[in-house]
Each structure stands twice: as structure tokens, then as C-alpha cells.
Design a protein around this ligand. Structure first.
Ligand SMILES: Nc1nc2c(c(=O)[nH]1)N[C@H]1C(S)=C(S)[C@@H](COP(=O)(O)OP(=O)(O)OC[C@H]3O[C@@H](n4cnc5c(=O)[nH]c(N)nc54)[C@H](O)[C@@H]3O)O[C@H]1N2
Ligand SMILES: Nc1nc2c(c(=O)[nH]1)N[C@H]1C(S)=C(S)[C@@H](COP(=O)(O)OP(=O)(O)OC[C@H]3O[C@@H](n4cnc5c(=O)[nH]c(N)nc54)[C@H](O)[C@@H]3O)O[C@H]1N2
Ligand code: SF4
Ligand SMILES: [Mo]
Length: 582
């Protein structure tokens, strides 16, 4: 009999997994993930990992590595120590290393490379980001897939979307767009304008739920003034959208049970928070929060309702542009900043200029090769853990299932450092995990559920100060109309999890640019340049190119400024040009 665990990867689906005879299989009994795994977890066991610690290029023993780390930490000041954690493993016990660094007094990072701009906007609207249940989605009539690549990043949702009306709003003809009733192949960054235009039509078509507006909302009058400040004709012309398309959209939404599934694609911009606030406002006009088959979902706050017993430091810097060179010691865990942070050129320079960098991870990559000390982490199969999810309400225990000698788990590392520094208060692994479950988990057959997610989100309350839905009433949208360069989309690939597993090396171009497959080109932005091999891609607009997340060099092109709110990254604020090299 196999043992139950869960996929540790940072992904909407949070799959339940069976580990049997040294193999990973899907768990057929799980109500959401239903027995299959994606190409990423299927590559997990075949991906070569770091086997031994490395110090200044030479293999050493784990004891020696820990001694060196302890020695360095005892010589640096906390203010000059950076603790930088990514989500290479999304499970919770990774935070236990931070528990040590918080007690040590190190500087942490805040915000995210991922969803925090959008999350800020969701919070403005409804107080906290909660997902619709898949049961409710299964009862929808129309699904609006907005900047989320369901087939690639959220594939276990597909069975729940069968036989529904599908509207896709995405600059790329994704697989789900090919099958959709309506695909609006929007110009990148135009979602705000599209949502305003749709809001104008919702008013004209009398789709607004006045009871809901009266009883559960704030700011609606200002919202109406705000959307009325845009001219419908101008918006349609600017967006290149026809009356026929708008009417089709309205037909598919008016009087139907609708679910809006929104992804990170819409918010990789300075005004990312406003886009989410506007999309939530558009949904709120219909007044259907908490009704069966209706809702709006972004990446949800996975720890909603839980108390996590991990200390955090009071000192922090935005993760998007943290300057490693300001620190005498940088501890980098579960992340590959030298490829995944924006503006790689300066990230690499900053890393080179920091006197001592520690990399704690599974795989060799751009970051490990720049670090002085590399410590190999045990994989999820060799440690006790628990994971929550930002796409569904199940909680998964992840027991230790095998040994991995010569590597170390996050708990073991934290425990070692606690002892060396004589820090108190580290409970046992089991106790921490049980404590987390105890704060908000409940049994559901053989699984555990987040007990705050029993009701559909927002059916009874919003989590804003006034507990009312807060409409958006202004935006600060910088227009770049005079810039004729290409838009850069940098979305997720099916075969990699950001920079883990099988990474693409191509730039995907619309055929109209006139390049041939296999051409070597230099792609340039205001922030840097990098060479890629061309693949033509019929799925792209003529004004847009695509380079997947994880592709070596992609972030030489992207800017390191922060989103206006939420300390998020603005990967898609880069406009690019292309030069043929061979
Ligand atoms: N296979 C796989 N799965 C993953 C990941 C992975 O790397 N690989 N990464 C995981 C992580 S960390 C995250 S955060 C999630 C994110 O998963 P998603 O939310 O799906 O995010 P992306 O793939 O970045 O972008 C989604 C879609 O947005 C579109 N898009 C880009 N720009 C715009 C725009 O301006 N407007 C609109 N409307 N659409 C736009 C893209 O074309 C793409 O189809 O996926 C997780 N799952
Ligand atoms: N151009 C572009 N850049 C992007 C994005 C994009 O869409 N386009 N997406 C952004 C987003 S949404 C995200 S979330 C970030 C992700 O960026 P990162 O946080 O850097 O994530 P990964 O590239 O997946 O690297 C994760 C590393 O974690 C390590 N790891 C895996 N499991 C464990 C473990 O159990 N313990 C330890 N200690 N380490 C482990 C592995 O060695 C792996 O190399 O990238 C961002 N960067
Ligand atoms: S990466 Fe996502 S879809 Fe793939 S197995 Fe893990 S949780 Fe499931
Ligand atoms: Mo992410």
C-alpha cells in the first residue's frame, strides 16, 4: 500500500500524492486532484539534485558546512544579514529556518515576485483573498478565465469546466482559448480598460444588483463617476474590440451563474493592484457573492484562518529589488533569484559584491553557482511537513517517507542553529504541525479541510474595515502610447515550475516579425538584453512576444521597480526590440 503525501510545488492545485515503491502517483480518491499529476511532479524524481555541500567550489561534509555557517553567523551583525526565502517548496515547515533568523535579528524580505500587487487590490475590494470552491465552480454556467493559463498552471480545474460557456481574456491563444465560446485576445496591460468598458455595458444592460449595492457595498456612486469618465466609443476603438464581441460577452454573462478565475497575468504591471480591484468591482456589480456557481477567485490567502507559529523579523526590504551587496551574509533558501528576480544584471552584480552567500536548495542553478556555501536540502519525501493551498481548501500532511543521507531538512537546520546560538522555543516538528492543524483544520473523511472555507467566500461578510465591498474609484495608469516596441509576456511553462525542471530556452515570436525557427536573436529592453533562439508561435498577437518564466536570461529584460502597491514585481512593464544575430 502506498503512503499519502502532497506535491510540495508552488501551484494552485496542491495535489494529493501517493508514494508507492519509490514512485509518485496521483491519488485517485482526492475530490479535487482526482488521481493524476502534472509533468512537473512527474519529473521530480528524475531531476538530479545537489548531493554534497560545496564550499568555495569544493565538496565538503555536512558537518563542515554547518560549522562554517555557524562560524560566519557568529561574526556578522544581524542588520547586515539577509534572510531571503522563495517558495521552491510551498509547504509550511520551510518557515522554520526564518524562525531562527527572526530570533537572530536578520533582515527579511516583504512583498513578492508573484501575486502581491494583485493581492493588494483584492484586499482593497474584499479584505482578504479567498477562492471559490470547485464544487461551486462546477455549478457555474459561464466561466471567465482572465489572465490565468488553466491548462498549464491549474490543470486539475479542467474537469470542472466541462460543458460550460467559456470566455477567455488573454493575449495568447492558450489551449482553453481555442475551445472557448469567446476569446478576447487582449493587448497586454489593457485589462483595466476592458473591465471599465464591460462595467459601462453592465450599467446600460441593467445588470447591476441594486439590493446588493445598497446593503453590502461602499463607494458605488464614486465608482459610477469613475467609469463614466471614460468614453465607450474611445475605449472600444482603443481596445480594438467590436460591438459584436461585447454583445457576445454580455449574452454569456447576463442572468447566468458566472465564475471569474483570475490569474497573475493581469497584474505584472505597476498598476497591478488596480486591475484586480477593478475586476472584483466588475463582478460585484452583479451582486452574486456567495451564490451557488458564482464568484471571483484570484490566488487565495492559503493560510486564512490559521495561526502559523513562525517568528518573523520586524526588519524587511521589498523582495523585488533587495540589494544583496548591502549585506555581509545572505542566506538564500528555496529560490533562484539570479534567474527569477527582475533585472538579473544588477541582481548578479549585487550577489557578487556580497562577501558571503549561502544557498540552501535542491538543485544547482544560476544562484547556487554564485554562492560561497551550498547546502543541499532534503526533498519533501524526507521530511515532515504540511501544505495549504491557494486554489482549494484542502490541507495535506506530508510525512517523512524515505531517508536522504548527507542532506538536511529545514527543521534540522533550524534546530542546529537554535542549539548553537542557544535560542529557545523550538517545538518538535510533530507538535508544530499538529498546532497548525489545531488552529483551523478539520477532518473530512481521510482528508483535512480549512474550516474557514466551509461557506462560499463572502456569502456572509467581507473582511474590509467596514465589512462592506469597497468599489474602486480611481486609477493611476501610466500610458506608453508612444512606445512602438513589442510587448513582452513572461508566463508559466508546462514543463517547468519557474526555474525548476525542464526549462525552455526560446523566445516565441509572431510569424509576422519575419524570423525563422532557429534564428539566434538579441532581445533588448531599457533594462538589459539577452540572446535567445527563435520559435515562431501562431498563438501570439503581432505586437507581442513570449518568453516563459524560468528561461535562462529572461529577466535581463525586466525592470526592478516596484508595483504602485503591494511591493510586487512588474515583469511585463518592459517593451522590447529584436535584432537577428546569425
Ligand atoms: N506548469 C507550471 N505551473 C505553475 C507554475 C509554473 O511555473 N509552471 N508556477 C506556479 C506559480 S509560482 C504561479 S504564481 C502560478 C501562476 O499561474 P497563472 O496565474 O496562470 O500565471 P501566468 O502563467 O504567469 O499567466 C497566466 C496567463 O496570463 C496571460 N497574460 C499575460 N499578460 C496578460 C495581460 O496583460 N492581460 C491578460 N488578460 N492576460 C495576460 C498569459 O498569456 C497567460 O496565459 O502558476 C503556478 N503553477
Ligand atoms: N520572467 C519571469 N520571472 C518570474 C516569474 C514570471 O512569470 N516571469 N514568476 C515569478 C513568480 S510568480 C515566482 S513565484 C518566482 C519563483 O521564483 P523562485 O522562488 O526563485 O522559484 P524557483 O525558480 O522555482 O526556484 C526554487 C528553488 O527552490 C529550491 N527548492 C525546491 N524544493 C526545496 C526544498 O524543499 N527546500 C529548499 N531549501 N529548497 C528547495 C530548488 O533548488 C529551486 O531551484 O519567480 C518569479 N519570476
Ligand atoms: S505542480 Fe501542481 S499540478 Fe503538478 S503535481 Fe504539483 S500541485 Fe499538482
Ligand atoms: Mo508565483
Amino acid at each position: 500500500m502506498g503512503k499519502l503525501t502532497a506535491c510540495p510545488l508552488d501551484c494552485y492545485d496542491g495535489c494529493s500524492v501517493v508514494y508507492e515503491e519509490g514512485k509518485l502517483k496521483g491519488d485517485p480518491n482526492h475530490p479535487f486532484t482526482r488521481g493524476y499529476l502534472c509533468p512537473n511532479l512527474n519529473s521530480f524524481l528524475a531531476t538530479p539534485t545537489i548531493l554534497k555541500p560545496i564550499f568555495k567550489g569544493k565538496e565538503i561534509s555536512l558537518d563542515e558546512a554547518l560549522e562554517i555557517l555557524n562560524d560566519k553567523l557568529s561574526k556578522v551583525t544581524p542588520d547586515k544579514t539577509l534572510y531571503y526565502k522563495g517558495n521552491g517548496n510551498f509547504a509550511l515547515m520551510g518557515n522554520i529556518v526564518g524562525d531562527f533568523f527572526a530570533k537572530f535579528g536578520a533582515v527579511f524580505t516583504r512583498g513578492s515576485l508573484c501575486d502581491s500587487a494583485g493581492e493588494f487590490g483584492v484586499k482593497e475590494a474584499v479584505g482578504t483573498s479567498l477562492h471559490m470552491s470547485f464544487d461551486s465552480i462546477a455549478k457555474s454556467e459561464t466561466i471567465i478565465v482572465w489572465g490565468r493559463n488553466i491548462e498549464t498552471t491549474n490543470s486539475h480545474m479542467l474537469p470542472f469546466l466541462k460543458d460550460k460557456n467559456i470566455i477567455v481574456i488573454d493575449p495568447i491563444v492558450t489551449n482553453i482559448a481555442k475551445e472557448a465560446n469567446l476569446h478576447i485576445q487582449i493587448r497586454p496591460k489593457d485589462d483595466m480598460k476592458l473591465a471599465i468598458l464591460l462595467a459601462r455595458f453592465f450599467v446600460m444592460q441593467q445588470m447591476v444588483d441594486s439590493d446588493f449595492i445598497e446593503n453590502r457595498c461602499e463607494n458605488f456612486d464614486y465608482f459610477i463617476d469613475f467609469i463614466n469618465s471614460y468614453r465607450v466609443k474611445f475605449l472600444m476603438r482603443d481596445l480594438g474590440i467590436s460591438a459584436k464581441e461585447i454583445n457576445h460577452f454580455i449574452d454569456l454573462v447576463d442572468g447566468k451563474k458566472c465564475a471569474f478565475l483570475v490569474g497573475v497575468g493581469v497584474q505584472k504591471y505597476r498598476h497591478g493592484h488596480s486591475v484586480l480591484h477593478m475586476i472584483y468591482s466588475l463582478f460585484a456589480m452583479l451582486g452574486n457573492f456567495g451564490k451557488e456557481g458564482c464568484g471571483v477567485s484570484y490566488l487565495s490567502n492559503s493560510s486564512f484562518g490559521f495561526e502559523l507559529p513562525f517568528e518573523k523579523s520586524s526588519k524587511s526590504e521589498p523582495i523585488v529589488n533587495v540589494d544583496f551587496s548591502k549585506y555581509d551574509l545572505c542566506f538564500i533558501q528555496g529560490s533562484n533569484p539570479a534567474n527569477q528576480m527582475p533585472n538579473t544584471k544588477s541582481v548578479v552584480e549585487h550577489l557578487k559584491n556580497s562577501p558571503f552567500k549561502v544557498y540552501f536548495g535542491l538543485y544547482e542553478n544560476e544562484t547556487s553557482s554564485l554562492c560561497d556555501l551550498v547546502i543541499p536540502a532534503k526533498s519533501f519525501l524526507a521530511k515532515e511537513d504540511i501544505r495549504l493551498s491557494y486554489g482549494h481548501s484542502y490541507i495535506h500532511k506530508m510525512p517523512r517517507l524515505r531517508d536522504e543521507d548527507g542532506k538536511i531538512s529545514e527543521y534540522e537546520l533550524s534546530s542546529y542553529l537554535h542549539k548553537r546560538f542557544d535560542f529557545k522555543g523550538l517545538e518538535s516538528e510533530q507538535k508544530i504541525i499538529e498546532e497548525i492543524i489545531g488552529t483551523n483544520g478539520e477532518e473530512d473523511g481521510q482528508y483535512l479541510l480549512n474550516s474557514s472555507c466551509k461557506d462560499e467566500p463572502y456569502s456572509k461578510q467581507f473582511y474590509t474595515d467596514e465589512e462592506l465591498f469597497e468599489f474602486i474609484d480611481e486609477i493611476d495608469l501610466d500610458e506608453d502610447e508612444d512606445d512602438n516596441r513589442l510587448y513582452l509576456i513572461t508566463a508559466k511553462s508546462k514543463h517547468s515550475l519557474n526555474s525548476q525542471f525542464k526549462r525552455s530556452s526560446f523566445v516565441y515570436l509572431p510569424r509576422s516579425l519575419g524570423f525563422s525557427d532557429g534564428d539566434l536573436v538579441e532581445v533588448k529592453s531599457d533594462f538589459g538584453s539577452y540572446n535567445f533562439v527563435v520559435k515562431n508561435d501562431y498563438r501570439l498577437r503581432d505586437d507581442t512576444i513570449l518568453i516563459y518564466s524560468g528561461t535562462k536570461g529572461v529577466n535581463y529584460l525586466t525592470p526592478s521597480f516596484l508595483s504602485d502597491e503591494g511591493d510586487g514585481a512588474c515583469y511585463q512593464e518592459a517593451r522590447v526590440s529584436i535584432v537577428k544575430l546569425n
